[in-house]
Design a protein around this ligand. Structure first.
Ligand SMILES: Nc1nc2c(c(=O)[nH]1)N[C@H]1C(S)=C(S)[C@@H](COP(=O)(O)O)O[C@H]1N2
Ligand SMILES: [Mo]
Length: 307
């Protein structure tokens, strides 16, 4: 993500190439050749899922070569190629997601617990605030199912998502490009919306590390940075949380961040997008094409003010 403070903090190749990283990189190249793009240290999960045809985009799928190798995941580095290159630095063994805050039954879920939710495949459009987009088949389950299980109280007005904090292993967290851990948030009705997905897989397989293993959020009508990767905690809260991007640059990144071709980013237009793998740009749709399903969430709100 272009970010004005990053021009100074952006690292050159040499700065991050210490001995252990160099060895790691060579191992990665080897494993990439043998097991392909899904190179991952986690055990292979026997995926059980059913396609949900209610969610199909009527668009060609993005080539996985792009969706799995051109990523934003600043914990692994700020270059688009860093997340794939340093994927092995993300440790996912024994992963748990703590759901806490304003709810009657707070619970810590391990991945087996989370795989108990019926896993479905949905094809969604995805639009990054930087102006690129993709169309990918995710596997996962609606966040609403998870939230209902912990029984939110009437004070639960917002949901905050906290991503992994592991600066010893994650090369990007050695640097304060963002105030770690990565934090995002949704309003309760957005979080409960049937489109809002907790994703555990992509292209028929478990999520590779670079795409946010073992579990991430996908909110297809909002800019990509709202779709937090590698989530470890979900907090039900009364007050609107401040996301890492809002904290970093409040004039550029708001809480809502709904895809909107009519509201320019302060430094570039949002009218068009470039699908990954394509040379040409095409018009961006309001709410990323999901207006029929989500526009009513924002009735009466000035979308220029609540950006
Ligand atoms: N924890 C975390 N989540 C994150 C990010 C990040 O840097 N850290 N980047 C966001 C941005 S800007 C985008 S566009 C998407 C990219 O997801 P993808 O690499 O699977 O396409 O992840 C989002 N989730
Ligand atoms: Mo993004």
């Amino acid at each position: 993500m272009p970010f004005k403070h990053l021009t100074n903090t952006k690292l050159s190749e040499n700065q991050v190439t210490d001995e252990s990283l160099y060895i790691n990189r060579r191992q990665l190249i080897k494993s990439a050749l043998t097991v392909g793009l899904f190179a991952s240290s986690s055990p292979v999960w026997a995926l059980q899922f059913t396609r949900n045809n209610q969610y199909s985009a009527n668009l060609a799928l993005t080539d996985p070569e792009h969706a799995l190798k051109y990523n934003n995941f600043y914990e692994l580095g700020t270059d688009k190629s860093d997340p794939y290159r340093y994927a092995d630095r993300l440790k996912t063994d024994g992963w748990t997601v703590e759901v806490t805050g304003e709810c009657l039954k707070p619970q810590t879920f391990n991945m087996d617990d989370l795989y108990q939710f019926t896993q479905e495949e949905r094809i969604y459009r995805f639009r990054c605030v930087e102006g690129w987009s993709m169309v990918v088949p995710w596997i996962g389950f609606p966040l609403a199912k998870l939230l209902k299980q912990v029984e939110p109280t009437s004070k639960a007005k917002y949901v905050e998502f906290v991503s992994i904090y592991d600066p010893k292993n994650l090369p990007g967290q050695e640097y304060r490009v963002l105030d770690w851990p990565y934090r995002e948030g949704l309003r309760m009705d957005e979080a409960m919306h049937p489109l809002t997905l907790m994703a555990t897989g992509i292209y028929g397989k478990e999520l590779p590390n670079q795409n946010g293993a073992p579990i991430r959020l996908v909110v297809p009508w909002k800019y990509g940075f709202k779709s937090s990767k590698s989530i470890v905690q979900i907090r039900l809260v009364e007050k609107q949380p401040t996301s890492s991007w809002m904290a970093a640059t409040p004039s550029e990144y708001g809480f809502y961040s709904n895809v909107n071709p009519n509201v320019a980013h302060p430094r570039w237009s949002q009218a068009k997008e470039r699908p990954l793998g394509s040379f040409f740009r095409k018009p961006t749709l309001i709410f990323n094409g999901y207006a029929d399903q989500v526009a009513q969430l924002y009735t009466g709100m000035d979308l220029k003010k609540y950006f």
